[in-house]
Design a protein around this ligand. Structure first.
Ligand code: C5P
Length: 234
């Protein structure tokens, strides 16, 4: 786990329409970024080819397809994701329940072992950061994070607002991935539970997922460097 803590915490969400745009971003940001997130927009259009491209560039892939289905289907989907060779981390929904999460982790372990590759980290989505903050949001996030840990997952995706609570209750080795990151003065868009990069790190997040503030910036490399500076402050 120590190696995970020491990694560059910034993950770029490649939320773009074409593979050309995605490749351009990977090229531009590679000097300062180690991990790129491939989500449903890009994967639905281009499939494994975008994963292979990122791996060829010696960068890591966070496959964010948020699997949520019956245990058997999710286990098989996770096994296919491991088969892409090069996925460093992937998402499933905690709402899928304990059996689904356990089967997903087992499938990842088996496939990685049989292929002789490193098992991807599996993190569970708790409550989307685009959902409004309600009185019971923190309690729901913590409950789902506890279930994820009991089911053997490596960590969860949660807003920075809940990161401190998860860190306190679930220990230092449980991974927290936080989207909804907005540097001071930037647009929130559809995200509701947003925080600055420094706050997220201070609250205990291990990885920060940033999309639009970097991807849509006039100068993405400068935007990424500015966020990294803010992370260092945290
Ligand atoms: O553009 P923005 O920085 O809001 O992008 C955040 C990224 O993180 C998107 O790709 C979104 O799908 C993803 N994400 C999220 N909330 C989660 C899990 C993933 O916003 N709970």
């Amino acid at each position: 786990m120590a190696t995970i803590m020491k990694q560059n915490p910034l993950i770029i969400a490649l939320d773009v329409e074409t593979i050309e745009e995605a490749k351009e971003l990977v090229e531009k940001l590679s000097p300062v970024v180690d991990t790129f997130k491939v989500g449903s927009q890009l994967f639905t259009a281009y499939g494994p080819s975008i994963v292979q491209y990122i791996v060829e560039k010696k960068k890591k892939v966070f496959l964010d397809l948020k699997f949520h289905d019956i245990p058997n289907t999710v286990a098989n989907a996770v096994s296919s994701a491991v088969g892409l060779k090069g996925v460093f981390m992937l998402t499933i929904h905690t709402l899928g329940g304990k059996e689904m999460m356990m089967r997903a982790q087992e499938a990842a372990q088996q496939k990685s072992k049989s292929w002789g590759i490193l098992k991807p980290l599996i993190v569970g989505i708790t409550v989307l950061t685009s959902d409004d903050q309600k009185d019971n949001t923190s309690a729901i996030v913590l409950e789902r994070a506890k279930l994820a840990k009991e089911s053997g997952l490596d960590g969860v995706v949660a807003s920075s607002q809940e990161a401190a609570l998860i860190r306190k209750n679930l220990g230092k080795d449980f991974i927290i991935v936080t989207p909804g990151i907005r540097p001071a003065g930037s647009e929130a868009g559809d995200q509701k539970r947003v925080t600055t990069p420094a706050e997220a790190i201070l609250n205990g997040s291990n990885f920060l997922v940033v999309g639009r503030p970097i991807v849509k910036a006039a100068d993405p490399l400068k935007a990424a460097k500015d966020i990294l500076k803010e992370i260092e402050k945290g």
